[in-house]
Design a protein around this ligand. Structure first.
Ligand SMILES: NC(=O)c1ccc[n+]([C@@H]2O[C@H](COP(=O)([O-])OP(=O)(O)OC[C@H]3O[C@@H](n4cnc5c(N)ncnc54)[C@H](OP(=O)(O)O)[C@@H]3O)[C@@H](O)[C@H]2O)c1
Length: 318
């Protein structure tokens, strides 16, 4: 019998990639806001009870980091309450819950990669709500895998890479912060790593151990680290060289030429945002490698792959 998989957030950066990749593991029901509003707990409960899935993957979230500062209650409903309800229902139907969290649960004061056991101390509303979501899942005692990722970019959606490409058609000079360090991660790499983890967990030859023992938090980011400034420089370098142009690129630039000539490093102090961001956001992926034998490529390799992959964009039609 085919494994039943519920996927929340099918139109998100990671969800869009998962919609396709998870099909290798079973029969996927991809859902988004039009199918179910995750701010309504009773609807989540009803849906999970009637679907009785084997696996629930939650790629939906309130991801507007600055918006959460003035709308923490909506962010909390989506990032904390909804995953908590999913976890309770997952436990009652015996499903595994996969959920994503963030580097923003940390305060960024460390200067070596954060491990899963490090003390969380979020500095903004988004981070607080995501941490509350992690805790609600853990407290439910459902089988779960929480993957903390960071600095996600994709060919569609709202992300730094697409913003840089758009700005590059509008401005000769860009000023980009240099004092925030992290690991830019392609959404596809996260979706692939998630699918690989699940394939191992569900494999009849599963040598990773029982789910009850595997449950917990795992960091899942690109290897290596950089600043937003260096990331922007490599994006522009790739964009300026790249031929032929794929449809996603034409859509990101509106088909206009890139006119940026200079990228100037700046500081977070010179570029204030409503939400405070951690200065240092690098996560250690050692646990993911140790338990599942999975390591994501380094951030430069992922960026090259995203630009160079001609395999076509993931269909937005689902
Ligand atoms: N983006 C990052 O840099 C980043 C960094 C660290 C961790 N993460 C985590 O990774 C996960 C995926 O992030 P992402 O960047 O792929 O997210 P995303 O592109 O912002 O997508 C979020 C999805 O959630 C859906 N959604 C929002 N409100 C909803 C509601 N009320 N009911 C149902 N669906 C709703 C959105 O639907 P609509 O399209 O209708 O709005 C969208 O499909 C999240 O848990 C996020 O916290 C992301």
């Amino acid at each position: 019998m085919s494994r039943k998989i519920l996927l929340f957030g099918k139109h998100g950066q990671i969800g869009r990639e998962l919609t396709h990749l998870l099909r290798t593991l079973g029969s996927v029901t991809p859902l988004d806001r039009e199918d179910l509003d995750l701010c309504v707990p009773d609807d989540i409960r009803q849906l999970i009870r009637s679907a009785a899935p084997d696996l629930i993957v939650n790629a939906a979230a309130y991801t507007a980091v600055d918006g959460a500062e003035t709308d923490e209650s909506t962010a909390f409903a989506l990032n904390a309450q909804a995953p908590g309800v999913m976890a309770e229902e997952a436990k009652s139907v015996g499903a595994l819950l996969v959920h994503y969290s963030t580097d923003y649960v940390f305060d960024g004061t460390k200067n070596s990669p954060y491990v899963e056991e490090d003390q969380a101390n979020p500095q903004n509303a988004y981070g607080r709500t995501k941490l509350a979501g992690e805790r609600a899942i853990i407290e439910s005692r459902a089988s779960h895998l929480i993957f903390r990722t960071e600095w996600i970019y994709a060919r569609e959606g709202k992300n730094f890479l697409l913003t840089i490409l758009r700005l590059a058609t509008e401005r000769e000079e860009l000023r980009i912060v240099q004092d925030q360090i992290g690991s830019p991660t392609w959404s596809r790499a996260v979706a692939e790593a998630t699918t690989e983890v699940l394939a191992r967990v569900f494999s009849p030859a599963n040598d990773t151990g029982p789910l009850s023992e595997l449950s917990g938090i795992y960091h899942m980011t690109a290897a290596g680290q950089t600043s937003w400034y260096e990331f922007a420089r490599l994006i522009l370098d790739k964009a300026m060289r790249r031929t032929p142009r794929a449809p996603w690129f034409a859509s990101a630039t509106g088909g206009k030429p890139l006119i940026t000539r200079r990228v100037i490093p700046t500081t977070s102090a010179e570029y204030p945002t409503p939400a405070r961001r951690p200065a240092y956001s690098v996560l250690s992926n050692a646990r993911l490698a140790r338990v599942f034998g999975i390591q994501l490529p380094d951030w430069q390799t992922q960026l090259h792959s995203m630009f160079d992959d001609q395999g076509g964009d993931v269909s937005p039609s689902e």
